[in-house]
Design a binder for this molecule. Structure first.
Ligand code: HEM
Length: 456
């Protein structure tokens, strides 16, 4: 008779990693992703669920497609993560600015910059937002074809430069825009490549990027030097940063630190809002009933005058329109973090060095949170939808400690610019023009936004 062997009950085990698309060769899933970024995100979410595992080159990647998983990473476990590898690469351009810095240094810089974005403070920027828009409209004429994206990029760059640094770009504007374009293109090229080429290798891309940074630096250092010499508190962000002193050493910021913050706000503070507005007009041109409602509201609230800060609470439809645009075309279409400590997510355990991409674009179009999710329906926001859906089912500005510092600035700017334009003009797509989305640093139209502007 054989001796009975103690058999332990089978352990409930889970696969070592969440499901995901098959990995191919050295690049893993990067080629498939680079060929169609939004399509891949969407397909993988449908096929593999709320947490998808993949590999980009040697790097383990997770895609988080559920609001609760986003909340885990951005809020509950935020201390276990830093910004992801591609954003860290942007340090060559942005240095140690708010977007790319980490830890105590980031905390201190955020504390210094925060007051400049306080509601009371940004209220003072309303008039200049409207004034610059009106100045742009003075260049438009009835029936003219315009590249709306280019016009809006110029406008939002002028606004952020004036509001935060008290400067006008004047003759430098074209040079700054060109340099910015170079940086955006380079971003797209590097994020599609499975290998990370160090910046010191003189590839054509690296040389172009360095030249663009030199050009931007010249402009920024000129603004900083002028303001140091002026030695006057103008109440804008640059004044605050210039006056800031370290609690312990009493030292102020170096020119380099100031440059890094200014460069970050230059970049983070204009293309995002410009793209949002361009998409808003593109959607309006396809939904004439929404356009009519906007015109009705703007006419009733403003009559013949330009909008002011006091009008914002009355421009409810314009506000819902921007909210809906940011749902369908969130400039931050996916947000990335990399783990610096072991973490748990969706019932799985992971170690350090795992990149988690939170898929804003997919979550914003998920039928679990939105009826008829692909439809443009600004009125869906009119009856408290935001309170009924999970907190991170709508997060165009991110969340947790790293939430966009410019969110109120951007919302105010978008609504005021929209109302100022709608007061005078109707916009329709230029004949034969097709507009495609380009998921680059932001979700922008791939070849501008050609439109015909008609006086109302
Ligand atoms: C519609 C317009 C905008 C959108 C959709 C947007 C979106 C975002 C998102 C999603 C983040 C978080 C990124 C992450 O967690 O990885 C962010 C961060 C940031 N944004 Fe915005 N943004 C907009 C406008 C602006 C404006 C106008 C400014 C400045 C004037 C600005 C400055 C910043 C800065 C400095 C950060 C980094 C904050 C930190 O880490 O402390 N953004 N933005």
């Amino acid at each position: 008779m054989s001796t009975p062997v103690a058999v332990s009950p089978p352990r409930i085990t889970r696969a070592a990693r969440p499901p995901g698309p098959p990995r191919r060769g050295l690049a893993g899933n990067l080629r498939e992703f680079s060929a169609d970024r939004l399509g891949s995100l969407d397909r993988w979410a449908r096929e593999y669920g709320d947490l998808v595992s993949a590999r980009f080159g040697p790097m383990p990647i997770l895609f988080a497609n559920h609001p609760d998983l986003v909340e885990e990473v951005l809020v509950r476990q935020n201390r276990k993560f830093i910004k992801h590898y591609r954003l860290r690469q942007a340090k060559l351009t942005l240095g140690q600015g708010l977007l790319t810095s980490e830890g105590d240094f980031w905390r201190q810089q955020r504390k210094l910059a925060q007051p400049a974005f306080h509601r009371d403070r940004i209220a003072g920027y309303a008039d200049l937002m409207v004034g610059f828009t009106d100045r742009l409209l003075a260049e438009w004429s009835d029936g003219q074809a315009r590249d709306l994206q280019a016009d809006l990029m110029r406008l939002t760059l002028e606004i952020v430069t004036k509001a935060l640094f008290g400067a006008e770009l004047g003759g430098d504007a074209a040079e700054v825009r060109e340099a910015m374009e170079t940086l955006m293109h380079s971003f797209l090229a590097t994020t599609s490549s499975p290998v990370i080429v160090p910046r010191w290798i003189p590839t054509p891309n690296n040389l172009r990027v360095k030249a663009a940074i030199r050009r931007l630096d010249r402009v920024l250092f000129r603004i900083i030097t002028r303001r140091r010499e002026e030695n006057q508190d103008r109440g804008d962000l640059l004044s605050m940063l210039l006056a800031a002193r370290d609690d312990e050493s009493g030292r102020g910021m170096t020119d380099r630190q100031l440059r890094d913050e200014c460069m970050t706000l230059f970049l983070a503070g204009h293309e995002t809002t410009a793209s949002t507005l361009a998409w808003a007009w593109s959607l309006l041109a396809q939904h004439l009933e929404a356009e009519a409602r906007l015109h009705e509201e703007v006419d009733a609230v403003l009559g013949e005058r330009l909008p002011t800060l006091a009008d914002l609470p009355k421009l409810a439809f314009a506000d819902h329109l921007i909210t809906e645009t940011l749902r369908l075309y969130p400039p931050g279409w996916m947000l990335g973090r990399e783990s610096i400590a072991p973490f748990e997510l969706g019932g799985y355990r992971f170690g350090k060095g795992v990149t988690v991409f939170m898929t804003t674009y997919v979550i914003h179009r998920d039928p679990r949170w939105y009826d008829d999710p692909e439809a443009f329906r600004p009125e869906r926001w009119a009856d408290g939808l935001l309170q009924r859906i999970p907190r991170y089912a709508y997060f165009p500005f991110g969340g947790g400690p790293r939430i966009c510092i410019g969110n109120n600035f951007a919302l105010m700017e978008a609504t005021l610019v929209l109302a100022t334009i709608a007061r005078k003009y109707r916009l329709s797509p230029a004949p034969g023009a097709t507009v495609e989305v380009l998921p680059s640093m932001t979700l922008r139209p791939s070849h501008g936004m050609p439109m015909i502007v008609s006086q109302r």
